[in-house]
Design a protein around this ligand. Structure first.
Ligand code: DMJ
Length: 619
């Protein structure tokens, strides 16, 4: 329809003389005038005509709370309802005027100012949300499980040794604080920060890994400084690829322990936030997670070197403890479901000789190369089967069965004795044994000791003996070196026993596994030799790894003097020093009935079937 027919009052300009442009502008102006008049009329009708109130209350606001109140109250009457409606109208009018003023005000501001204001409001909202628990977390009635801190041992020598280990922690921490604060790790020789690509651009691995050690050693000033750093700086909103396993065991595990020890909400919030960021790793056809994940895009992939694009047993199999706790603390079953699904996939597969190959393709759900190891690539998968059962207050019967069945297969196929009688755990490559044992594999002594008690009664004694033999072999791997520190891997072939023969296996990077086994063996046997062996390691660490800036790994444990690798690994503070401290502590410090250590030595409480000993959601 032509505009002219709609606008009866349009002046009739000389169409011939006026240009088409000026004519359209005039028309637009008139259209605007008429439209404004129409709007004014409408507002007038709504706010000022007496009958319009019926329209408002009866149609537009039928479901408003105001109207509901006026209609349902037992005392409502016609006159009361009229007065209420009057009040409602006043309020609407005031709100309307306020909104107009605010809009006018906003339009006068520069776009930059408006943007800044929006950002401020947004971040205020985010902060409010976080201070109310964040991530919509349930309110939890926190109470600390027993044994979070210990006490001085009665025996003076043990007391002194324990105090010495605390000093070592102080030296490692102070160096990090002074030279590498906020970086992932410290380079103690060159006195600067160090970052490994395992954490992408997430920062502060040492801080998060060390939190619980600081707490259990009662280094509360340091703990507070670390907490403040976490509050202000720990940021998972990074566009970077991380190792799901490493971030889980060190960051999620570290945050969970810090929460359970201290009760500080910030740790729960951060742990759940990070856990949620890891969930996209499970988006594979089988639900077996990727090894690597970009935290921003949520895109995952596997290590390029892993057999046929496979995920790694020790990586996807070492999420269980942390994810079960994430479900407890967040009230979200999703975390637990993800890790229980991993079990389901594994249960469907045939196991060669009852063994679990290190490689599994997340797309096809089929094994990759048939390589089996209780060291690198396999280790903590077995540990988490046992600990899943223990952490569930021994209700996870499936975890228990899987662990003891796996151990039986390991014993039958991988465990051997050297000609001089040293028991070792070899590696299995498609049925052929490689007679090599990794430093990593030495954790198995502690694991087997921890599980011995739950084994069928006729096997308990045997398993304790096996654990003791592994501890002895691992001690030998230290004792047979010049520096009295253990090599990365040692062999039982070519005429050697418990000695590294390849140059690239002679390094020591402050790993904890041998000391971890001493700690478990001490707790279960109280045989003083385990404390002595631990003390030997302390002396070697002090002599060869301690430098002015902290502690460093060494390149060759057989060399007469150390060549430092200039890295203080975060697990040195999380695990090595913690296990040493516990080795010289009484058994009621982090007692095993109440706590289970994740594979990075972060203590997690047993989830009680009767709900005691765990934070309860407030009804
Ligand atoms: C730690 O990060 C964990 O113990 C992991 O399970 C294996 N390797 C290191 C320490 O050696």
């Amino acid at each position: 329809m032509p505009v002219a027919t709609l606008l009866p009052f349009t002046a009739t300009p000389s169409r011939k003389s006026a240009s088409p442009t000026s004519f359209r502008l005039t028309e637009k102006f008139i259209l605007l005038l008429v439209f404004s008049a129409f709007i004014t009329l409408c507002f007038g009708a709504i706010f000022f005509l007496p009958d319009s109130s019926k329209l408002l209350s009866g149609v537009f606001f039928r479901s408003s709370p105001v109207e509901t109140n006026t209609r349902t109250g037992p005392e409502s009457s016609d006159s009361g309802s009229a007065a209420n409606e009057e009040r409602n109208l006043d309020k609407i009018k005031r709100d309307h005027e306020k909104a107009l003023l605010e809009a006018k005000d906003t339009l006068q501001k520069a776009p930059g100012v408006i943007k800044a204001e929006i950002l401020t409001v947004k971040s205020q909202l985010a902060n409010d949300r976080l201070s109310q628990g964040g991530n919509n977390l349930p309110v939890i009635n926190y109470h600390r499980p027993p044994g979070a801190t210990g006490h001085d041992p009665v025996d003076p020598e043990t007391k002194e040794r324990r105090a010495k280990i605390k000093q070592m922690m102080k030296h490692a921490w102070d160096g990090y604080r002074r030279y590498a604060w906020g970086s992932n790790e410290l380079r103690p020789v060159s006195k600067q920060g160090h970052s490994s690509n395992l954490f992408g651009s997430i920062k502060g691995a040492t801080i998060v890994d060390a939190l619980d050690t600081l707490f259990i050693m009662e280094m509360f000033d340091e703990f507070d400084a670390a907490t403040e750093w976490v509050e202000k700086n720990l940021d998972f909103n990074v566009n970077a690829e991380i190792s799901v396993f490493e971030v889980n065991i060190r960051f999620v595990g570290g945050l969970l322990s810090a929460y359970y020890l201290s009760g500080k909400e910030v740790f729960r919030r951060k742990a759940v936030e990070l856990g949620e960021k890891l969930l996209p790793a499970f988006k594979t056809p089988t639900g077996i997670p990727w090894a690597l994940l970009n935290l921003k895009s949520g895109i995952g992939r596997n290590w390029p070197w892993a057999s046929g694009g496979s995920s790694i047993l020790a990586e996807y199999g070492t999420l269980h403890l942390e994810f079960m706790h994430l479900s407890v603390l967040s009230g979200k079953p999703e975390f637990a479901q993800k890790v229980m699904n991993i079990r389901k996939v594994l249960n469907r597969l045939d196991k060669p000789q009852g063994l679990y190959p290190n490689y599994l393709n997340p797309n096809s759900g089929q094994w990759g190369q048939h390589h089996v190891s209780v060291g690198g690539l396999g280790d903590s998968f077995y540990e988490y089967l046992l600990k899943a059962w223990l952490m569930s207050d021994k209700t996870d019967e499936e975890g228990k069965k899987l662990y003891y069945d796996a151990l039986q297969a390991i014993e039958a196929n991988l465990i051997r004795k050297s000609s001089s009688g040293l028991t070792y755990i070899a590696e299995w490559k498609g049925g052929l044994l490689e007679h090599k044992m990794g430093h990593l594999t030495c954790f198995a002594g502690g694991m087997i000791a921890l599980g011995a008690d739950g084994a069928p009664s006729d096997k308990t004694g045997h398993q304790m003996e096996l654990a003791a033999e592994i501890a002895r072999t691992c001690h030998e791997s230290y004792a047979r070196t010049a520096l009295k520190l253990g090599p990365e891997a040692f062999r039982f072939d070519g005429g050697v026993e418990a000695i590294a023969t390849r140059q690239n296996e002679k390094y020591f990077i402050l790993r904890p596994e041998v000391i971890e086994t001493y700690m478990y063996m001490w707790r279960f046997t109280h045989d003083p030799k385990y404390r002595e062996w631990g003390w030997e390691a302390v002396k070697a660490l002090e002599q060869h790894c301690k430098v002015e800036g902290g502690y460093s790994g060494v390149r060759d444990v057989y060399a007469s003097s150390p060549s430092h690798d200039d890295v203080q690994q975060s697990f040195y503070l999380a695990e090595t020093l913690k296990y040493l401290y516990l080795l010289f502590s009484d058994d009621d410090h982090l007692p095993f009935e109440h706590w289970v250590f994740n594979t990075e030595a972060h203590p997690l409480p047993v989830i009680r079937k009767d709900q005691t000993d765990r934070p309860n959601e407030v009804e």
